[in-house]
Design a binder for this molecule. Structure first.
Ligand code: NAD
Length: 364
């Protein structure tokens, strides 16, 4: 791991380029994002004070179509991270044949410290700063970590107010009544599930014989866990930012989702519970979850989770990258050298952008 996520992304690209018959000039283009916008995002707090957060939007490459990629609200958002995520979006759209290029956006903010009203003002303020950079045929945002359909609805409304024109096609992942697409909510988890079903067909295993651990129990993690459990896979552990729950015989995944969401308040934007406080089961740290002796490990939280420090403790034979960049390049090499199979993020989590494409077409 270089300590710089964009350098890591470029290293993955260079490694892959050795196997692809691609003109070196194409690789040269892919190493350099097309356009970068850095903004200050002012937010009036409920107590009347003002906070200003750094915000970013990166359009990586638009050769195959308008650029596309989510917006993340997280304290660790940085320009390097957004550039890396935008490069992966370009590759992901190409892998699944969706006619979009790659983009990504984010605000360096801890959204858990903000009220619902403050998050609405943050969402609208971000759009005010990037309004001339994005557009329905230019660059189309979507949800990512700590942004959801409600936030996409606010952002679409703000863009439409500024343009004086209803413009649902400027953003995807919206609520259904505002032009969202059926199936978008679970699409990322479903795409990962289809990858596992293809492996099941290829390797001829039975779901009931396979154990699964899922790191990150948000939108993507919850849906892949639910689909696998419904199919007979034994999901033994799931985690969120506060820690993991573990039941060797298999968790009640529906119960975990209900328990995590039970404390959701009417005024809340995110579910406020944790799998740890909600479930009466064995508790593990996230590091212990990653090292569990399971067959399938699904990192679905954030980048750099499997790295040189912990890669030798990974026991799972199959690692499905539902998060973007959860395995660093050097850890990836060690995993494949030891015979483990990593399904890369640009394939494993491409279900989201696939259904986002349908939503965008429907909106047009
Ligand atoms: P989300 O905000 O819905 O959920 C994130 C989850 O991760 C939460 O449960 C949170 O508590 C947990 N988490 C945060 N930090 C953690 C840590 N250090 N250890 C363990 N858990 C932690 O986000 P999401 O939309 O599910 O996105 C998760 C990952 O999937 C991100 O890398 C995102 O880029 C990627 N992804 C999401 C989509 C999508 O459609 N939602 C599409 C493609 C890729």
């Amino acid at each position: 791991m270089s300590g710089n996520l964009f350098n890591d992304a470029v290293q993955f690209l260079e490694n892959a380029a050795r196997y692809a018959k691609v003109d070196p000039e194409v690789i040269q283009h892919l190493k350099n994002p097309k356009a970068i916008l850095e903004v200050s995002v002012p937010v009036r707090k409920d107590d009347g004070t003002l906070d200003i957060y750094p915000g970013y939007r990166v359009q990586h490459n638009n050769t195959l179509g308008p650029t596309k990629g989510g917006i993340r609200f997280h304290p660790e958002v940085s320009l390097d991270e957004v550039k890396a995520l935008s490069l992966w979006m370009t590759l992901k759209c190409a892998v699944v044949g969706v006619p979009f290029g790659g983009a990504k956006g984010g605000v360096a903010v801890d959204p858990k410290q903000l009220s619902r009203m403050e998050i609405e003002r943050l969402s609208r303020s971000y759009i005010q700063q990037v309004v001339d950079f994005i557009g329905p045929r230019r660059d189309i945002p979507a949800p990512d970590m700590y942004t959801n359909s409600m936030i996409m609805g606010w952002m679409m409304d703000e863009y439409s107010c500024i343009r004086r024109q209803k413009t649902p096609e400027v953003i995807t992942g919206k609520p259904i009544p505002l032009g969202g697409s059926l199936g978008r909510e679970e699409a990322t988890g479903r795409g990962a599930y289809y990858c596992i079903k293809e492996m099941e067909r290829e390797f001829g295993w039975y779901p009931a014989d396979k154990t699964v651990a899922v790191q990150g129990f948000g939108n993507a993690g919850q849906h892949v866990a639910q689909l696998l459990a419904d199919d007979g896979y034994r999901v033994v552990a799931v985690s969120d930012s506060k820690g993991a729950v573990y039941v060797p015989e298999g968790l009640d995944v529906t119960g975990c989702i209900d328990a995590k969401n039970a404390t959701r308040q009417l005024q809340a934007v995110y579910c406020e519970g944790s799998v740890c406080t909600a479930m009466d089961t064995q508790k593990l740290t996230n590091q212990q979850l990653l090292a569990l002796d399971v067959d399938i490990l699904i990192p679905a939280a954030m980048e750099n989770q499997i790295n040189l420090d912990n890669v030798n403790r990974i026991k799972a034979d199959y690692i499905i990258e539902v998060a973007n960049g959860p395995v660093t390049p050097d850890a990836d090499t060690i995993l494949s050298d030891s015979g483990k199979m990593v399904v890369p993020d640009v394939l494993a989590n491409a279900g989201g952008v696939t259904v986002s494409y349908f939503e965008w077409v429907q909106n047009h």
